[in-house]
Design a protein around this ligand. Structure first.
Ligand code: ADP
Length: 344
């Protein structure tokens, strides 16, 4: 249907109204109708104007705004009726509220997408940066071996051992990335079971004993008298404890200690992993759960760290709908506490 500009439309409406008015005046004059029939003429006049206006408004407002509604609310064409019944009464009064809400949703969505894009770029940058070092190291060792080093008994075994170390590092980065990816995409389903936390701590200490002995760190456990049964994914909780205990050993001083204790709460068990190591400065404390965040990059790499351990820990705790906290004093030590659901 053809539509006009406001100026032209007003001109046509004015002209039509003037013509109708004149026609009515002529009828009144010519027929010299009695006064009571003015009332009937007024009703007819009203009817004509009403019909005219409703159709003009429909063409100029309803028919123009409805497609907008359809776009902003993402309503398929066949559901046109729904908008009509919902909005017919006051389509003009509602449209600005709807458009403002739509605009706000779009702004929020754009902000979310920008954040994701920034995160993706940062993540890809971090991953390639982390992988670069071991890859270049391997390349360097192999080149040296190929250029004759292979026959030099002073370096051939040493360089192969270093190559193996770089490969191990790449494997741990890739494994951590895989865990993070699974946790973030929700692909990793928790296998909740009831188990004894005391036995799990024994297992963790057994696994970490070698590294602790090498660095003269003692592993201590305030062992409760009886079993502490909890409901969680055993493999994941083992991962959390291993990460926290390994950090307690890695970021410690010689002859330091790492201590595990449990606290009994009404519905939960609170687990505390405390060390008396180098500690973390306040400004870093809120960021240590971020991916690839490391207070001292070279120290972390030297210890075989990927900067992903604590972010995996946090993800696992959140997947269990529990919380983790950290307190630390530089040169005095760090304490991580997290909760787990008690088995009924
Ligand atoms: P990494 O693989 O580098 O150990 P994490 O995610 O486990 O990565 O830890 C992030 C950073 O937090 C570490 O690089 C280290 O600087 C700091 N950190 C973690 N645990 C401790 C701790 N117990 N004592 C001191 N610093 C710690």
């Amino acid at each position: 249907m053809k539509t006009y500009s406001p100026r032209r439309l007003s001109f046509y409406i004015g002209a039509v109204l003037a013509i109708i008015s004149i026609v009515f005046l002529v009828i009144i004059q010519a027929l010299s109708v009695p006064v009571y029939s003015y009332f009937i003429l007024a009703i007819i006049y009203f009817g004509i104007i009403y019909f005219l206006m409703i159709n003009i408004l429909k063409i100029y407002i309803d028919d123009k705004i409805e497609p907008l509604y359809k776009i902003i609310r993402d309503i398929p064409a066949k559901e046109k009726k729904k908008i009509q019944t919902a909005k017919k009464d006051n389509i003009i009064a509602n449209v600005h509220v709807e458009v403002e809400k739509w605009a706000k949703d779009q702004i929020d969505e754009i902000a979310r997408l920008k954040h994701l894009e920034r995160y993706r770029k940062e993540f890809v940058g971090n991953v390639s940066h982390e992988l670069k070092t071991p890859i270049f190291n391997i390349q360097g060792y192999i080149l040296t071996l190929l250029e004759g080093g292979i026959d030099d008994s002073n370096i051939n075994k040493l360089y192969l051992k270093r190559t193996e170390k770089s490969i191990d590092r790449m494997i741990s980065i890739v494994e951590d990335l895989e865990s993070i990816n699974k946790l973030e995409s929700g692909e990793m389903k928790l296998k909740i079971e009831t188990f004894d936390l005391v036995k799990l701590v024994d297992e963790v200490f057994e696994m970490e004993m070698l590294m602790a002995n090498e660095r003269k760190i003692s592993l201590q456990f305030k062992r409760p008298d009886k079993a502490v049964k909890i409901r969680a994914d055993k493999k994941r909780i083992l991962e959390i404890l291993t990460n926290l205990v390994a950090n307690g050993i890695k970021y410690n001083k010689r002859k330091g200690h790492v201590n595990i204790s449990f606290y009994d709460l009404p519905d939960n068990v609170m687990v505390e992993v405390a060390d008396n190591g180098i500690g973390i400065e306040k400004e870093h404390l809120s960021r240590i759960f971020e991916r690839f965040y490391r207070v001292d990059k070279s120290r972390s790499r030297e210890q075989g760290g990927t900067g992903l351990g604590l972010s995996i820990v946090k993800h696992i705790i959140e997947a269990h709908e529990q919380t983790i906290n950290v307190k630390s004093v530089v040169d005095e030590g760090t304490t991580f506490t997290f909760t787990l659901e008690k088995a009924k």
